[in-house]
Design a protein around this ligand. Structure first.
Ligand SMILES: Nc1ncnc2c1ncn2[C@@H]1O[C@H](COP(=O)(O)OP(=O)(O)OP(=O)(O)O)[C@@H](O)[C@H]1O
Ligand SMILES: [Mg+2]
Length: 467
């Protein structure tokens, strides 16, 4: 048998004769044991076992002594599996009290109450001891076989209970271990999610910076042009003003009766200054310069619309076409030499969105379209429309197109076919994120050599929980 084998029995009875009887039954000399086995075989038809496992029987003659033995056995880590306890013991504790004490120290102990007559009914006893599953009753006078069977069965029960409890401990330990592993894994997962979130926000930040750089270059170009001619106009006007001043000076030096020589000099000065041309050109230069200043003002306004600096990151109702228009103005310099723009807008109501982010998406698509053009000038067509509760925008180009084998990669972060320094490969992945954040969809159709169409679909209103 395993190390869980426990044959230890404690008998608590005040009558020495009972101890002798039990010893005969449970710890018999060899001959007697064979006799008992044969009797058992005759009764139950079982094969006589060649070697009956012996019981280790200890005796105590009162409850207190029994408890002492039990505690000593526990201290030696050799606990009893079973106790036979006499119910009636006139000196000291009776059986019920003894059993209460025994169980307080060792709740695993199996107990058989031995009784001829009792001060309690069986129900009272069960009620008092509250342990129906560890208590059996043995009525005096005993039947030897019954005592032996009881001992055998209860010892086996003790062992099975012990084994089950060990298994339970083992299982609990495993569960604890697994729980700890799960906890660790989930903490690691959370850390990864946090890192990813941080990385994503860094990506957004770097793409913002990249597009800011792109935009700044475009805007600088757009602003430079008018500033260039305004400054050249001012230079010309400065010269004109000096010429006008010299004519004015000469005119002021003429007296009320000018001599003919002075008049001739004035006339010559007037001719040199080409006063007629000046008077014609000055208003033109002023008008042109005012227009230039107007254009710079418009660009600044578009920049503000594009970035919505004042109300950034706020869900609001915004006009999609207006967003497209200000975005187109910002990237005008990217488009000017590459493609003609065609606009096929259908009227759209305002949609609920993060306008600066939607502008960012449009900008990425339009810049990609322009960058897809070859040496030949192409066209970029912008379409808008509405389908039930969805607004859509299409950016179609007549550029190089996208090969089918890379089509599924273009939304991946950092996927780019552009030379180092020209593309970060973030434009579409961020656009995808923005559109998904709006509960929308972005799709692409492309034919190499013919062109590409991106379609963005956005719900008109957001189903967000109320703030
Ligand atoms: N309109 C288009 N025509 C052809 N290819 C395109 C088009 N739009 C995107 N692509 C392809 O998808 C890739 C990824 O585009 P994405 O906008 O994400 O990055 P990028 O343009 O390369 O770099 P970035 O936008 O960061 O400057 C591009 O490199 C290009 O190969
Ligand atoms: Mg791009």
């Amino acid at each position: 048998m395993s190390e869980l084998s426990n044959r230890r029995i404690l008998l608590i009875d005040d009558m020495p004769s009972i101890h002798e009887d039990f010893r005969k039954i449970l710890a018999p000399p060899a001959a007697q044991s064979v006799e008992l086995d044969e009797m058992e075989a005759a009764l139950f038809g079982a094969q006589t076992r060649p070697q009956r496992p012996l019981f280790e029987l200890d005796s105590a003659y009162g409850g207190e002594e029994g408890l002492g033995k039990l505690m000593q056995a526990l201290a030696e880590q050799r606990p009893y599996a079973l106790a036979f306890v006499d119910m009636r013991m006139p000196d000291g504790w009776d059986g019920a009290k003894t059993i209460e004490h025994l169980w307080q120290q060792d709740p695993q102990l199996q107990v058989v109450v031995c009784t001829a007559y009792s001060d309690y009914s069986w129900d009272e006893l069960l009620e008092r001891l509250q342990a129906h599953d560890r208590l059996l009753i043995l009525k005096k006078p005993f039947d030897n076989i019954e005592v032996q069977q009881m001992a055998n069965t209860l010892l086996t029960k003790w062992q099975m209970t012990e084994r089950a409890s060990l298994q339970m401990h083992h299982l609990e330990h495993l569960v604890d271990q697994r729980t700890a592993q799960f906890k660790q894994a989930s903490e690691e997962l959370q850390r990864e999610i946090d890192e990813r979130k941080q990385l994503e926000s860094q990506l957004v930040q770097s793409e913002k910076l990249a597009s800011l750089g792109q935009m700044a270059a475009g805007v600088a170009h757009e602003i430079n042009n008018p500033i260039g001619f305004i400054s050249s106009n001012l230079g010309t006007l400065d010269g004109y003003f000096k010429q006008l001043l010299s004519v004015l000076d000469a005119w002021q030096t003429l007296g009320p009766m000018p001599d003919s020589e002075s008049v001739a000099r004035l006339e010559q000065l007037r001719k040199d200054a080409d006063l007629d041309f000046l008077l014609e050109d000055i208003p033109v230069l002023i008008r042109e310069s005012k227009e230039g200043i107007g254009r710079v003002g418009q660009i600044v306004k578009d920049l503000k619309d594009f970035s919505r600096v004042d109300t950034q990151q706020q869900w609001q109702w915004a006009n999609l076409q207006q967003g497209i228009e200000s975005t187109l103005n910002i990237v005008a310099s990217e488009l000017k030499y590459k493609a003609d723009l065609i606009k096929e807008y259908q009227p759209l109501p305002d949609i609920e969105c993060l306008p600066s982010q939607i502008n960012q998406v449009i900008m990425n698509l339009v810049v990609n379209a322009a960058q897809a053009m070859g040496p030949e000038r192409g066209t970029i067509t912008l379409r808008t429309g509405q389908q039930q509760d969805t607004a859509w925008v299409e950016v179609a180009d007549t550029g190089a197109g996208i090969a089918p084998d890379i089509l599924q990669k273009i939304f991946d972060p950092f996927f780019t076919t552009k030379p180092v320094g020209q593309g970060t490969g973030l434009g579409l992945s961020l656009s995808y994120g923005i559109v998904k954040k709006h509960g929308g969809d972005i799709s692409v159709r492309s034919e190499p050599g013919v062109g590409t169409t991106f379609r963005v679909e956005l719900p008109m209103r957001q189903n967000r929980p109320a703030a």
